[in-house]
Design a protein around this ligand. Structure first.
Ligand code: SF4
Ligand code: SF4
Length: 99
């Protein structure tokens, strides 16, 4: 196994670090990472009084807080913009493996 490798424009080797986890316990639901992700990877969710993930805009739910989740991990390009705007630093990254 080895890592997926690319190069920057000047040919410098570059190994993208893709998002693999987002810590919902640390997340404060500010939405900043969502705004900077151009790939549609992230999604804001509500957490109801039973601890279930629900539509954050559903008026019928008793939403206690909001958190970001990884909704489309396969779309991540490994730009790492999301952690640069995240105060609690909720994201974890890893390179992609290839056989
Ligand atoms: S690393 Fe980039 S593409 Fe991946 S989730 Fe974060 S902002 Fe989106
Ligand atoms: S920037 Fe961080 S704290 Fe804010 S919603 Fe994203 S993961 Fe949560």
């Amino acid at each position: 196994m080895s890592h997926v490798k690319f190069a920057t424009r000047d040919g410098t080797p570059w190994v993208p670090q893709y998002i693999v986890a987002l810590d919902g316990k640390k997340c404060i639901g500010c939405g900043r990472c969502y705004k900077v992700c151009a790939q549609g990877v992230l999604r804001l969710m509500g957490v109801n009084d039973e601890g279930e993930l629900v539509d954050p805009f559903d008026d019928d739910e008793d939403i206690e807080r909001k958190i970001m989740i990884i909704d489309a991990a396969g779309q991540c390009i490994g730009c790492n913009a999301c952690i640069r705007v995240c105060g609690p630093r909720c994201q974890t990254y890893a390179p992609a493996e290839v056989a």
